[in-house]
Design a protein around this ligand. Sequence first.
Ligand code: ATP
Ligand code: MG
Length: 335
Amino acid sequence: MNEHMRASDILPASEEQGSNLTYFAFAKPCTAEAVIAPTKAVRGALPKVLAGRYRIERLLGAGGMGAVYRARDLLSEQFGEPAPYIALKILSEDLADSPDASALLYSEFALTRYLRHDNVVRVHTFEVDSDCQRAFITMELMPGLTLDNFLCERPHGLPWDELRDITLALLDALAHAHARGVLHGDVKPSNVMLSDEGIRLFDFGLGQAQEGILPGLPQLSRERFNGWTCGYAAAELLEGQPLSASADVYSVACVIYELSGGKHPFRRLPSTEARNQQLERELPAPLNLPVHVWPALRAALAFDVADRTITARQLRDAFTVTPSRLQRWMCWRKG
Ligand SMILES: Nc1ncnc2c1ncn2[C@@H]1O[C@H](COP(=O)(O)OP(=O)(O)OP(=O)(O)O)[C@@H](O)[C@H]1O
Ligand SMILES: [Mg+2]
């Protein structure tokens, strides 16, 4: 973490407060070359049609980096496309001037495009509107509900069959990303969409390419920016360590725990604070989770990265194991 950011500057003081929101901080002195060199000094409000092609229809959601709109692609509509609808993610006005923020948006685009998986959102293009000088991504419009909204309807968690299907798809997406050398950096319920077509992991805005992957990407290291979601970020990340696949495993384990019983494992406290309070000692197995899966999920929830010895793929595999009769009998005996 650099001198301009300290976790204590950013972490909210009380539990639940802001625990679902992504926090961003950019290093103040901006020495990086502008990835998009602005040609016009004045930036305008969001036009109704971006890049002469995408008509903004309505706001779908807003977060730490910007806003996501539903839009109509007028060009494809002109060619008779029956469903010319897309989603468009654009930087917020206050970040629009920051070359770092534009680089981050481009990085989100490039990392997502690099992944080809049924359970990862598909991105189309990265563009800059020449009038308002704002960078944006176009991507598939995902129908459905994000998992945080879905969980509001299921306060006690999901029955095993449903839980298994969603978890397998989510872990498949994450394991695929890790196998391709892409780290997500912000796995949380509001970054997972659930629809009739299944699960889609999205928002790789805090993602990073592991070394050697996508070498041409503007390398915006966590020396220059930092971001996380308090209730889902692994302790080592909050303490300034670099993002790792293991940190993603902690975050996804929190999501799975929440899906299993309706509650976050550590009351959405920052993991550093949950660790100080030794909350893992009394962590109960969620009711809807079969006992034979619990050791794997528990390992994924370890605060200490050295104890978090499980990968996304291994956690996924734990959800596919059918317990032997002996294991079932032992679980039944344990109650
Ligand atoms: N492709 C899409 N189709 C439909 N809705 C979307 C799409 N992408 C994003 N959204 C909606 O917009 C919201 C914000 O998107 P996203 O998470 O990418 O933005 P963000 O600024 O990075 O948010 P945060 O920083 O809070 O994670 C999502 O939670 C979701 O509701
Ligand atoms: Mg998001």
